[in-house]
Design a protein around this ligand. Sequence first.
Ligand SMILES: Cc1ncc(COP(=O)(O)O)c(C=O)c1O
Length: 454
Amino acid sequence: MTGRPPSLAAQTFTGDSQSIHRLVLDVRRGEIPAYASTPAVAHRTLAGLLDARSPRLLPSTTDSVFAREPLPTGRRRPTVPFLPRTRLLSPEEQRIAVECFARAVAAGELTSGPAVAQFEQALAEFLGLPHAVATSSGTDALIIALRGVGVGPDDEVIMPANSFAATENAVFACGAVPVLVDVDPERHTLDPTLVEAAITPRTRAVLPVHLYGRLADAAGVHRVAREHGLRVVEDACQAIGVAGVGRYADATVLSFNPYKNFGLTGKAGAVLTGDSELHARMERLAYHGFAPGEKNVKSDVWGFNAKIDNSTATVATGLLPGLTLNNYRRAFLAHRYIDALADLGTAGQLVLPAFTEDHAWHLFPVRAAAGEAARDALRARLQADGVETDIYYPVLTHHQPTPLREKLFAGVSLPRTERLNATVFHLPLHNGLSVTEQDRVIEALHAAVHATAH
Ligand SMILES: Cc1ncc(COP(=O)(O)O)c(C=O)c1O
């Protein structure tokens, strides 16, 4: 370790990944720092973790904020699910969601209504970006963003091959084609130094993905894109709250599907931008091409039916104040995993992620250093021991078994992406994971590594 990062006590807590990172380090060192911001900001950004009456962190920060999920009894080896559906929202969040939804139903404000603009404003303020368009999903937001910056038929969009299918599908939905570029091996994200060689006269945009919640080298991507007159749309669907998101892109896309850090009661997403013209265009694209403030009068030729529902936006507004606490929980648990598994990293058996301040810890990736067979053996052993793991995402874009594999991607070779993908798997990490469950995963992983090492 080189030099200690400054304690949070000396800083203002903004609720972004940098301030959460400092807070986690302070709390893990046993220092519960005095809170340096105003109570009002404290309340908005860290609801539940702070005593709003006095601007100090609650003394019980280390344990009281985590789910108290007891391990099931009656089995000799209790199980840990990867992401149990009944715990996507905490009991408190479920109560808030139901109350908000009931209000929207009673008012008959289901599709359109005042909560849409309220949520868009709250979200833009939270992220420190001027404009937000809340949408029916992250996928729709990606399509709107790409269309908004001018991506159309036969254009090329430079992107990584390791993402959820929505990223490539959004490009296809515009009639454009993905041009795949290899990743930075540490971040698992688009390597900006390889972007230039992939640019052709048909290239219109670059689409980095902040995979697993870790910021891609957004500044690097932005620099290359600007030199070549390209637009940048960033897929930040897994990276809400990460410092730097939105700073180096024309448009930033988020997802609020129930499995995300900020998960709602159904599908939803948003696209954010600092460009007011692009904002207006995306707003029209999101709803039938209608002119702003007009009903049934178009100013564009066409548009989607892809705005967020008012009922969902009401829930989103109710749950937004809890986002920072959930991101804190994830970062704390990530730090705990990294600490407790460090011996397996040092012994060269696992490759662990670094605890960095540009991460929302949507997923916790580990890699089996010995390769794909070792990864699969470890996962099988964990599964037999009752600990569920997963792989995000099992099939890379250029390996998907569709007719496009031969047509578009026959000659594509991405050695780093392919190596990462063959060895990576993910441990349980979600807003509702309890420390007890995490201890069980840590113990089972040690046992699995030792059992499969010979
Ligand atoms: C990286 C990435 N991009 C895009 C999406 C699409 O978001 P949504 O499910 O809201 O359409 C997701 C989430 O599923 C995602 O993880």
